[in-house]
Design a protein around this ligand. Structure first.
Ligand code: URA
Length: 256
């Protein structure tokens, strides 16, 4: 048997090599809308005080008010500072128009804003007791504040708010002509009397305030709201001493 040489295989017709698929086209980059040009941020709302009309009682109309009623009528629509726009009630002050003893606080709180009267909340209740402790009634003294409209969240009035209101308080003092003023807390002491030291340091020490033709003795003491927060023997004793000194001055003045 002859060796069969295997026949060479018939060339296989290979199909021409398939062209390599082209690499996938890169996914189109999604087109983003161009970022809008940054808008200029709105400028903060700036309070623009009125320059005329009832919102802006003039210095002349304040000076011309011959009594407390006329003064209140002249200034109750005041919008000279931002506090005017947010108030519910204007808190002018109240008491004896000829009081010998005048108390000056900081500014109305929530209760005062609602009722239009000074010191009618918790601090007011304590002030009434303080007045009673020196043998007087609330109606026998005069009670006012540095600012006549409530500062938001009962914050301390800003210096420019106090400044806008100060002429009204000074005219009140001019008309009442008190023998003694008791300042309650740091704000009236600083804004009205010009003493910036802390109340703890200067309470009990006589200061002075000159209004028109008179120099009035001023007794600085703690604000009743502070006394309520720090209801200690020491703080209550200090206020008691300060009020006794104020009353003694008034009694001495009345006797002379
Ligand atoms: N505190 C003040 O200073 N004044 C008020 O009238 C009431 C609370």
């Amino acid at each position: 048997m002859g060796l069969l040489r295997p026949e060479a295989p018939a060339p296989v017709d290979l199909p021409a090599a398939a062209p390599r698929p082209a690499p996938p086209a890169p996914a189109p980059v999604p087109m983003r809308a161009p970022a809008p040009a940054p808008r200029p941020s709105p400028s903060p709302v700036v309070y623009t005080p009125p320059t005329e009309g009832p919102g802006c009682p003039s210095t002349e109309s304040v000076a011309a008010a011959a009594d407390l009623g006329a003064l209140e009528a002249a200034i109750q629509g005041c919008l000279k500072c931002p506090l005017g726009a947010s108030r519910i009630r204007f808190v002018f002050g109240e008491g004896d128009a000829k009081a010998r003893l005048m108390f000056v606080g900081e500014g109305p709180g929530r209760d005062e804003d609602l009722q239009g009267r000074p010191f009618v909340g918790k601090a007011g209740e304590l002030l009434d007791k303080m007045i009673g402790a020196i043998g007087l009634e609330r109606r026998q003294v005069y009670i006012a504040n540095v600012v006549k409209c409530r500062p938001p969240d009962n914050r301390t009035p800003a210096p420019e708010e106090a400044k806008a209101c100060l002429g009204y308080l000074r005219r009140q003092i001019e008309l009442i002509r008190p023998t003694v003023i008791v300042t309650l807390g740091a704000t009236p002491l600083r804004e009205l009397v010009g003493v910036s030291e802390g109340v703890t340091k200067v309470r009990g020490q006589w200061k002075q305030l000159t209004v028109a033709d008179r120099t009035i003795p001023v007794m600085p003491t703690f604000h009743p709201a502070y006394v309520l927060r720090q209801y200690t023997q020491d703080v209550r004793k200090a206020v008691w001493e300060d009020l006794k000194a104020a009353k003694a001055w008034i009694d001495k003045d009345a006797a002379s």
